[in-house]
Design a protein around this ligand. Sequence first.
Ligand code: EPU
Length: 424
Amino acid sequence: MSALVIRGGQRLVGEVDVAGSKNTALAILSAVVLAEGVTTLHNVPDVSDTRIKARLLEKFGAKVEWNGNSLTVDSTHLFAGEADEETVRAIRTSFYLLGPLVARLGLVTLPAPGGCNIGARPVDFHLKGLKMLGAEVILQGGIYTAKTEGLRGAEIYLDFPSAGATQHLMATATLATGMTVIDNAALEPEVTTLAEFLNHMGARVEGAGTSRITIHGRKSLKGCEFRVPADRLQAGTYLLAGAITRGDVTVRGILPETQSAVISKLKDAGAEVTEGPDWIRVAVNKRLKAIKIKTMPYPGFPTDMQQPMAALLTLASGTSVLEETIYESRIGHIPELNRMGAKVTVVGDRSAIIEGVSGLKGAVVVSSDLRAGAALVLAGLAAEGETVVKNVHFIDRGYERLEETLTALGASIERVGTYEAEVV
Ligand code: EPU
């Protein structure tokens, strides 16, 4: 098991070119099997989640080749292969292959995705939508079997604007006969980019980025070349790393409008934030003040930034309030922050009250999930003395060699053990 060892107290200063978006890449790597041809993706983050997803594609006959951050997927000839439960369970987005594969193959089996440490994460919206599109899906012995005589367009209303369900159903509908409408669709930039990718493959998807998406089905799609945009969640994490160390950090390659909630909250807390067409800079030279955060679907404050933001607020003056509305229990970081001297009280499973302290102290802490790990690294950067963050495999799911980026900004941080993406 790897760990990150951090000697806190360095101000982070400098610029970061943000790596490609993990969640966009994962969505694209589900949709890529819709193409009868070769697709080349650039700027794919080399993290364990994308590695696992690429390996999963091979189980269904796709030929996959990595070349640095470019990934070529030849999905011309697919077959209804058997994916092992371990690989499927490792990443939730395995499940988002079910629709595209049944659209291509007519029959496919896939083990059910696992739960995770942030909540139950059911797939009922996906199942309802696939059924409406004409796929029969049954779950037996922990394995989903999906079959269809041919998908047909449908009018699908989502009870909640789920990013994953929107992406999954939007992609699947590109090969359905006729028109599909998804109402109450998620507005996340990852949805919009997926729609752009599908259109590059020859699909006709309209309205992505609004709550009504229309898809006109095609008989087949072709391969294409596509560049994954920068990761807004990594960008947010580096901005918070700058802020928590009272540093001066610029993230490049990121559209500020995808980050407006984080920018606004940093400003409320007293940080100086400036932005250009594709960069954001945060500078902090005084103690920040307490704020209220409530996570919401995009463009609201992202749940994925709630945990890193909690780390920042442990050091703000006054009492901050966090409310998590997306997941049932995304609070694994809180007991660990308290080990470092933070004063955070959990209220129920979804809220926390943070009484700002004047300093954190290094400690041995354990990541419970990806963003909890990021939060603990941020806390370690600001803490006095040495912090050891364990369970770094969670961090390696979504941050490409986090320690290298932070070292380039002036952090003192070292990895003990291997980079997880390398051993996938
Ligand atoms: N939900 C249901 N039923 C469903 C689908 C979702 O009840 O069929 C619920 C979920 O349980 C959750 C809410 O809807 O309470 C939102 O879930 P959503 O489907 O939007 O999330 P997701 O697509 O599974 C993606 C990201 C998450 C990110 C969320 C919210 C990927 C691979 N994951 O998950 O990213 O938190 O959207 O923006 O794209 C992360 O990167 O750390 C991460 C967890």
